[in-house]
Design a protein around this ligand. Structure first.
Ligand code: ADP
Length: 305
């Protein structure tokens, strides 16, 4: 086998009260990637899209992740990667994570799956560090494991897969730019104990609700009183989108990643489509261009095609 094709899915991180730890995988949109062995010991990147992402492997997250894998495996050959990016960079639904994960999962298949999923997340984290400046795995873990994942710790990496009932996500991506530095700089430096207790109570019950398939508890647990109140000011009409989505039947939701995308979770595809219509109704008069996606939460991450 000399060539592997994969679909690397978008992911939602910072799931409400699970800031910096809880994430899930969508079925779509996905980046399409083809990877093949090359004789030279280098990574060559070919982009088939208009996003102008770097082809220099030290500047593209796919290249950085692959170089980490090549070093760990002690390979005497390299890889050529073709990327068709369908997840817009900077959208807040794990665009860079998809490239990093797709590259290492595909390369691992070419190496007869010699690395574990945790090791692959570790390699992809080298790429994510390039994109965001910090070591975090909350998009990478669901992209590789699929479903809902909780990153209990990044050093050492400890990833927990969480069982979940049928769920569908609706995502709206307003085409505005949010600077990661700004989204970070407005975060509170300290959290009052009372708020912290409220948050870990909610996160504990959100995880239990997922594992037990308790939709009522899920809806009650989807509350974030720490990050959302400050970050929502960066997203036009956030409160209106949320209110309209809940009225249309969503359990709850919040900011995806560090925005600008906003996600909502529902029990079925038909409710998720009503939520999509409600979001559009709020956004249409604003004149801000946007995309929407409706997708099940997929139990698989990167998929082979
Ligand atoms: P998202 O918010 O959708 O998760 P990120 O903020 O994670 O997107 O990543 C976007 C940043 O990573 C951009 O600065 C982009 O230039 C950089 N980047 C480097 N390589 C890639 C790649 N292969 N795919 C996406 N983004 C990349």
């Amino acid at each position: 086998m000399n060539e592997v094709k994969v679909l690397a899915p978008a992911t939602v991180s910072n799931v409400v009260c699970g800031f910096d730890c809880l994430g899930f995988a969508l079925a779509e949109p996905c980046d399409e990637m083809t990877i093949r062995r090359s004789k030279e010991q280098v990574v060559r990147i070919i982009n088939h899209d208009d996003y102008g992402l770097p082809t220099d492997p030290t500047k593209n997250v796919a290249g950085v992740a692959l170089n980490a894998l090549i070093a760990a495996a002690g390979l005497d050959h390299g890889f050529e990667v073709e990327i068709t990016k369908n997840i817009k960079p900077g959208s807040g639904i794990g665009s860079s994570a998809a490239s990093a994960c797709g590259a290492v999962v595909a390369a691992n298949r070419l190496l007869d799956d010699r690395f574990s999923k945790t090791e692959l997340v570790e390699f992809a984290m080298a790429g994510e560090t390039l994109a965001s400046g910090s070591r975090h795995a909350d998009n990478l873990a669901p992209c590789i494991y699929g479903g809902f994942t909780l990153v209990r710790s990044t050093e050492p990496l400890d990833i927990v897969s969480i069982d979940f009932p049928p769920l569908c996500a609706t995502v709206i991506h307003p085409q505005i730019e949010i600077k990661t530095s700004e989204a970070r700089s407005i975060l509170p430096k300290e959290v009052p104990l009372k708020e912290a207790i409220r948050n870990w109570s909610n996160l504990g019950s959100l995880v239990a609700a997922l594992a037990q398939g308790d939709y009522g508890l899920l809806a009650r647990s989807m509350e974030d009183t720490i990050v959302e109140p400050v970050r929502k000011s960066l997203i036009p009409k956030f409160d209106e989108v949320k209110a309209a989505s809940l009225a249309a039947g969503a359990f709850g939701g919040g900011i995806s990643g560090s925005g600008p995308s906003v996600f909502m979770l529902s029990e079925s595809e038909s409710i998720a489509e009503s939520v999509e219509a409600a979001m559009r109704y709020v956004y249409n008069p604003t004149g801000i261009p946007y995309n929407t996606y409706v997708s099940i939460i997929h139990s698989e991450g990167v998929r082979f095609v």
